[in-house]
Design a protein around this ligand. Sequence first.
Ligand code: HEC
Length: 498
Amino acid sequence: MPWYKQAYDWVERRVQLEGFVKESAEHPVPSKTASWWYVFGSASFVLLLLQIVTGILLALVYVPSAGSAWSSLQVLNHQLPLGWFLRGMHGWGSNFMVAVVLIHMCQVFLFGAYKFPRELTWILGVFLLLMTLGMAFTGQVLRFDQDAYWGLGIGASIMSRVPFIGRQLVEFMLGGPIIAGATLSRFFTLHVFVIPATMLAFASLHVWLVLKLGINEWPTPGRLVKRETYIQEYNELTHKDGVPFFSGAIWKDAMFSAGIVLAVAVCALLLGPIGPTGVPDPTIVQTVPKPDFFFLWIYSALAFLPPSIETPVMLIAPVIGIIVMLVLPFVAGLGEKSWYRRPVAVLLVVVLAAGFATLTHLGTYVPWSPQMDGWSADPVPVHFVDQTKPLERQGAIVFQQKQCRNCHQMGGLGGRRGPSLDDVATRLTEDQLVRQVTQGGGNMPAYGKTLSPAQVTALVAFLETLHPSNQPVAIDASRHVAETNNPAPKEPVEAIRP
Ligand code: HEC
């Protein structure tokens, strides 16, 4: 007996896996399921493995610290041979994984594969989808660039809307009140330990169930799933009309997975690694922050929801969505599987797909997400400055240079992240304007460090002119009284700054 056969026998006598592997490989699957429709699950698994391998390699170089994360990605991109390609594979792999997992889910839903007795397989799948999205989000944060910063900011602002415990949730997520080093450590831990470990466990169990329960048969209109008879019928089907998984069905899976990995490699090669975009700094407003494509729809949904229902929709819709997915196999777990006889299911998939696609497309240009270069050259409209004093006019120039209109509309033009400033002077007093500009807050960056006191004075003087001519500017009532009783020279603006 050759030495390797002896070694194999030695191990096999101890682990006794041969029977199991053989049985799994040769288990009969209904011949019609050896179809191109059935390849997305295995492709998701292959992509998961690809992400693990490329992720481990990246972790060898990546430094999970706020000060060095961004530059360690620069090292990967520009200094290490093929580092850029590795980052490309991992980044595009994640995009493909989200897409393939979603397609897999649609296919399973349309083919009724979540029905009895595969309810638990579906439920594990729902959690796997959530974890895939969780990996995508945490991964995006690890880039720790402008996009990550804004992505986190939006995540935090959604969290902060949770009643009662919003602030605690945000602090829990960010590891403190602000996005900082602790935030990165937290997301690193999630991205490389917590979620992947859970995901591997869930994915293994998911595959185990697929092996144990058999792959879903090709749905035939009129053949109903009944709790009493289904398993027997399935076994008869696979005995009469089954092919061994290996090698009857597996080659299509293998070919598709190989094709997907190749597509990831081609994207990495041609389109390169994703980011990092600029260093994260809330006062640098030069980049176009964009989340990866699978979160774009959130941006546009936020842009189009009327503010009054934003919070309830944002907090309740995802919970409802997840609950609906989890209870689906229990309320629709029997009966018809074929999509020919399930028009509502088909319609639902079409409507959801069209909805998400439209929102995603809109997400590429809706103004809610600040367009950080969109208005840089746009001067302040003339009628806002034509009757102003020199100081106020200087303020208009500061306003223009600092590109406040990336986020604020003026005269109907500009971003819509913050409120329109056309009549801001009727809402805020001088002090409040100074505070808003220097300290920011409520999703607006603080400009205290990037503006000189003189610039702040001029800017605020300009903002003070922004009110309709028939409406007075807002004034601080207490100060007004104090001043009329005891006229004193106005405090210089600088004195108010901390
Ligand atoms: C990144 C986007 C962004 C940029 C850039 C930005 N802001 Fe804001 N701004 C906001 C948001 C969001 C709010 C609303 C804050 C809140 O809800 O408390 C806001 C609020 C304000 C307000 C208060 C408006 C009100 O009616 O309450 C003023 C004034 C203001 N910004 C001025 C400026 C000026 C001046 C600049 C340029 C130096 C600027 N902003 C740049 C996002 C931005």
